[in-house]
Design a protein around this ligand. Structure first.
Ligand SMILES: Nc1ncnc2c1ncn2[C@@H]1O[C@H](COP(=O)(O)OP(=O)(O)OP(=O)(O)O)[C@@H](O)[C@H]1O
Length: 626
């Protein structure tokens, strides 16, 4: 987090010109909060020294001002914050909470932040703990990565708790060490996602535990009586549509003082979902110009969203599923565009896609496809001689591996050498685990290899790029029969329809074309996946180079001696274990190739593969040899 921050402070953007967010302009400047800001100077100093942020954004300032100006009153309104991805919602809720705690007298649990995934919890924890540490505010992250008893010991000292819903419920049910009586803020980050899933009925457990309000039923009240107000650059409005449905049946003063803050780029306005949260006096923050049309207010499905102005979106239409991997390689700039494509299209690709450096995220619709595609790209990168890294990120990986991948990408710790003709790259193939909230500033391109089924998934995936005023590109690979659905999904939901263009891509799949790279490597992929199935290769680890050499038919013996030369410590205990495992991998590959030293195919599984699949038959009896 910290490493990227020195860049962030220079790339500031304006959420609040009087015209609203500029739709088609480049990154605009941040209007400094300056001396008018109500941000505490102590907090400002920490923000600057720890995160490299000199000024708060207008949206953050408005939320800060609203929350702090009403925090001392007995009746405080709940806050719903709906701003585009990458617009700084984390600090928008974190700053008022921390500032409110600066002059506390007794350390008590004052705030709970609930987030849907462990990785996001870790990210939010990094930001909050960095800001709170200098003030001695103890922030704790409880996500189920350590023993519950261990966490239970730490929880009584926590003043801010960041938790995934399941773990929070575990602690509430586990004993009385989690004291909720002094909790003043409950934040739901990615609230629409949290409300979608029931996660052990976490809302039903948490809300009553915080102290449910009691209301007197009042039929005559059909609107929230609190007036609309315009607050600086944002519309700060009590949304009657939500207020009416959540409050009309229950009017009266609250007995609880927990203020709820909901944050998401795709905030649900569905009162049926929000109802369970027991919201009251809801203040709906959204950038001016993007509030729901008056006529749409009552339509539950009428939500419209906006994406950052610095994002370019394109749909790439291909003829059939078979062309997808080849289209991906072309999008990544690893193989040239087919000459059938127009000159104009070529220049678009060259200009927009083949950017040097930068991280590319490739989204698939399932963890299995993410894994297979990652392996295939690893093989293709190797056989095409590309310098860079292909990494996988999905829920099936161990927490340790996920942390490694995130840190590696965030901190740019991957030391990859390249040159101008072969620029280094980092491609992360991921499932939707990375779609929500993850803040990786080096991501300059998002590719939807699989088209997302829902607009919210599309927007969150896309939102991993073009963050904090940076430029970013989003490409969606579309098989021709998916185009209609894609267009209607995006056009109906996005406010600026002109932004998303679709372009036809012509791809040759005959024997002489670049498509043959895919065909060759699909055969290797099968062998890699077999090695994993039989435990010879860890799913979590990148493909060892010697294995790729072997798969590229450079000779098993050569790679074995290469491995031994390259690993002088292979006789140490650790080295031996690793060596043994790697030897198995080599044997494995030999088996699949049908060239094992004893002349036997030892593994029955592989035997099956070889004898009963077309690819296996081709391997043993190449068509040209027959
Ligand atoms: N005041 C600021 N000045 C400069 N950069 C900022 C400021 N506030 C936040 N940022 C940066 O903007 C980036 C995006 O912030 P954040 O992760 O909070 O976005 P978000 O709105 O929560 O996005 P998402 O909807 O995807 O979760 C982060 O890198 C953050 O450090």
């Amino acid at each position: 987090m910290k490493a990227g921050m020195s860049d962030v402070k220079r790339i500031l953007f304006d959420l609040g010109s009087s015209e609203g967010i500029p739709q088609n302009s480049g990154p605009s400047k941040l209007t400094p909060a300056g001396t008018k800001s109500i941000l505490d100077p102590r907090l400002r100093k920490v923000l600057s020294s720890q995160l490299g942020i000199q000024n708060v954004l207008h949206m953050q300032e408005v939320v800060l001002e609203y929350i702090l100006s009403t925090s001392s009153r007995s009746r405080t309104g709940d806050v719903v914050l709906c701003a585009p991805t990458g617009s700084g919602k984390t600090l928008a809720y974190a700053l008022p909470i921390i500032q409110d705690m600066l002059d506390r007298r007794m350390p008590r649990l004052r705030a709970i932040v609930v987030v849907p995934t462990r990785d996001l919890a870790n990210q939010v924890f990094t930001v909050l703990s960095t800001l709170t540490k200098p003030f001695g505010i103890f922030t704790l992250c409880t996500i189920g990565s350590s023993a519950i008893a261990e966490e239970a010991l730490a929880i009584p000292n926590a003043e801010i708790l960041i938790a995934t819903p399941g773990r929070l419920v575990d602690h509430i049910n586990n004993g009385d060490y989690l004291k909720l009586s002094d909790v003043k803020y409950l934040v739901l980050d990615e609230s629409d996602r949290l409300l979608e899933d029931s996660y052990q009925n976490w809302i039903d457990v948490l809300i009553p535990a915080l102290g449910r309000r009691t209301y007197a039923f009042d039929e005559s009240e059909n609107r929230c009586p609190v007036p609309r107000a315009s607050y600086g650059i944002l519309n700060l409005a009590i949304r009657p549509d939500i207020a009416m449905r959540t409050e009309s049946s229950f009017s009266g003063l609250s007995q609880a003082n927990v203020r709820k803050i909901l944050a998401s780029a795709t905030q649900t306005r569905n009162p049926m979902r929000l109802y369970k949260l027991d919201l009251r006096d809801v203040c709906f923050f959204e950038p001016r110009g993007f509030e729901a049309d008056e006529g749409n207010r009552d339509k539950i499905s009428g939500d419209r969203y906006t994406v950052p102005a610095t994002m370019t979106e394109r749909g790439w239409i291909i003829g059939s599923l078979v062309e997808k991997p080849t289209a991906l390689l072309q999008l990544l700039g690893w193989i040239p565009l087919d000459s059938d494509n127009t000159r104009g299209l070529k220049s678009v690709l060259e200009e927009r896609l083949v950017s040097q450096g930068g991280t590319k995220l490739v989204f698939t619709n399932s963890v299995d496809s993410a894994h297979r595609l990652c392996r295939l790209l690893e093989l293709c990168a190797f056989s095409l001689g590309r310098s860079g890294k292909v990494l996988e990120m999905s829920g099936t990986l161990s927490a340790k591996r996920r942390k490694f991948v995130l840190e590696a990408v965030k901190e740019k710790a991957l030391s990859i050498e390249g040159n101008s003709t072969n620029p280094p790259f980092v491609v992360v193939v991921c499932s939707d685990i990375l779609a929500r909230g993850m803040d990786i500033l080096s991501v300059d391109t998002v590719i939807n290899y699989d088209t997302p089924a829902h607009i919210s998934t599309y927007l969150h995936r896309a939102g991993r790029t073009a963050r904090a005023g940076r430029h970013g590109k989003v490409f969606t690979v579309l098989v021709s029969n998916q185009v209609r659905h894609f267009r209607s999904m995006v056009y109906e939901a996005e406010r600026d329809k002109r932004k998303v263009k679709t372009i036809d891509l012509k791809i040759r799949t005959d024997g002489d074309s670049d498509h043959s790279v895919i065909v060759r490597n699909l055969a290797s992929l099968r062998r890699v996946l077999s090695s994993e199935r039989y435990g010879a290769l860890q799913r979590d680890e990148s493909l060892p180079e010697f294995m790729m050499h072997s798969l590229c038919k450079r000779g098993v013996h050569e790679t074995r001696s290469k491995y031994e030369d390259d690993n002088p410590n292979h006789n140490s205990e650790d080295g031996k274990a690793g060596h043994k495992r790697r030897r198995t991998v080599i044997d494995d590959v030999q088996d699949v190739d049908g060239v094992d030293e004893d002349g036997d195919v030892r593994n029955a599984g592989f035997l099956h593969e070889i004898l009963y699949t077309q690819i296996g038959r081709n391997l043993l009896h190449p068509p040209s040899a027959s």
